[in-house]
Design a protein around this ligand. Structure first.
Ligand SMILES: [Zn+2]
Ligand SMILES: [Zn+2]
Ligand SMILES: [Zn+2]
Length: 148
């Protein structure tokens, strides 16, 4: 069983991309926050602090390449792009439960597409984005409803 970091680097190498110091740093950084979405702007700032010569374009291109390999997951939350390391290499298509308090991201494997398709006879669904929000089990325990 390989850890997420090893799996990511193996996949990048197998795709023919070179494992540069920068690419490795990028993966390390995302693996350190493996249960959270990180704003792309924060990734950019982190990388440019470590590698002042690295351009925004290169950083964004690296993230795009990683996303194409399913090594990272990207999405837009409240109009900002966010990225996280892949939760599940076996099931790159999955959904999330995101805690609104600690922002932890938990994987949900069940995909509701068939359920939606049944309600749209004749339609051709080309994509979907389903995420659940709320308090994770830990936060729900420490936040009683009266605290709100
Ligand atoms: Zn995920
Ligand atoms: Zn939480
Ligand atoms: Zn789905």
């Amino acid at each position: 069983m390989m850890d997420s970091q090893t799996t990511a680097l193996t996949r990048i190498k197998d795709s023919g991309l070179r494992i540069t110091k920068q690419r490795r740093t990028l993966i390390d950084y995302l693996c350190q926050q493996s249960n959270h979405y990180v704003p792309v702007t924060a990734v950019d700032a982190h990388m440019r602090t470590l590698y002042p010569g690295m351009s925004h374009d290169t950083i964004y291109r690296n993230l795009k390449e990683f996303a194409a390999l399913d090594v990272v997951e990207t999405e837009v939350q409240s109009e900002r792009s966010v990225v996280k390391i892949q939760c599940d290499y076996q099931h790159p298509h999955h959904h999330h439960f995101i805690c609104t308090n600690c922002h932890r991201v938990q994987e949900i494997q069940l995909c509701p597409e068939d359920f939606f398709a049944q309600q749209l006879p004749g339609a051709r669904i080309t994509g979907h984005n389903v995420e659940l929000y709320g308090l994770c089990a830990d936060c729900a325990q420490t936040q009683s409803p009266a605290d709100k």
